[in-house]
Design a protein around this ligand. Structure first.
Ligand code: KMH
Ligand code: ZN
Length: 270
């Protein structure tokens, strides 16, 4: 099987220091966490940033600060979030794409998100895809429910996205597709042929779905954005600890972990 690409979703927009006191918030903390995650086997950073008060922001300058620090210490592929936090405007959310990182997330539809609503209208998705093409940024298509795969294909048919695509399958968000093995199989079977995928299970589902991703030949995302626990009742000490466990399990199951440059080859990044 192909080498395993591990994505580290270090911070997210919703997780707080109350949830896990080791959550990286400042650009320096995020860069440090990225470096540790790379050493533990991560090849991609899914990047969210916070303002000085620790609130989620999509400010271009705030992203630039974190990206510069990450690049100074690591070779990882940087995937900026264009999801931001539920309730942000598309204009706010698109800002980091203009920094021309290798990748950005692109959610292909709307979904309830806990108590909020994560709105991605057809026009928003098209505008995001267009901006990514303009700045040479490769999208990871975020799928929170099965219909989003069809929405992505609509953009392919319109010429706004090109196959093969890389998909991020997120299961277990309250409001999105539940995190069951059957649902992961259904999502994977619904992907267009030749596409790659990575799975992120929310909360306690991170580990079992991650193991399924390893076995099924997909890739895996872990990190405090999705889950702050190492096991029931025990917080993870760092993002790197979660990355290291997936890398270790992959090795036990006969899959090696990809370095950032090997991940670039697998994903067809320049
Ligand atoms: N924070 C969520 C509302 C992404 O980064 O692209 C959306 C999210 C997806 O995290
Ligand atoms: Zn995110």
């Amino acid at each position: 099987m192909e080498k395993l690409i591990i994505t580290a979703a270090l911070t997210g927009a919703e997780t707080t220091r109350q949830d896990n006191p080791s959550l990286p918030l400042t650009p320096a903390e995020i860069a440090q966490a990225a470096m540790e995650a790379e050493k533990s086997g991560a090849a991609i950073i899914h990047l969210h940033v916070r303002d000085e008060a620790g609130r989620p922001t999509q400010d271009r300058g705030a992203f630039a600060k974190a990206i510069n620090l990450i690049r100074a210490q690591s070779d990882m592929i940087i995937q900026v979030s264009t999801g931001g936090a539920a309730g942000m405007t598309p204009q706010e959310r698109i800002q980091p794409v203009t920094l021309g990182t290798e990748m950005a997330s692109l959610t292909a539809g709307s979904v309830n998100f806990g108590d909020g609503t994560f709105v991605n209208s057809p026009r928003d998705i098209e505008n995001f895809a267009h901006a990514m093409a303009q700045y040479g940024v490769t999208p990871e298509i975020e799928v929170f429910d099965v219909g989003m795969i069809n929405n992505a294909m609509t953009l392919v048919h319109k010429g706004l996205l090109r196959l093969p695509l890389h998909f991020g399958l997120v299961l277990g968000v309250p409001g999105g597709i539940p995190a069951t093995p059957k649902n992961l199989l259904h999502l994977v079977e619904s992907l267009p042929p030749g596409c790659s995928w990575s799975v992120a299970g929310i909360g306690r589902h991170e580990l079992p779905l991650g193991v399924m991703g390893i076995i099924m030949g997909g890739h895996v995302r872990v990190g405090f954005e999705d889950n702050v626990y190492y096991r029931k009742g025990m917080l993870a000490s760092s993002n790197a600890q979660l990355v290291a466990r997936i890398s270790r399990l992959a090795s036990e199951l006969g899959r090696e972990t990809a370095t950032p440059s090997q991940a670039r080859g697998i994903l067809g990044l320049k």
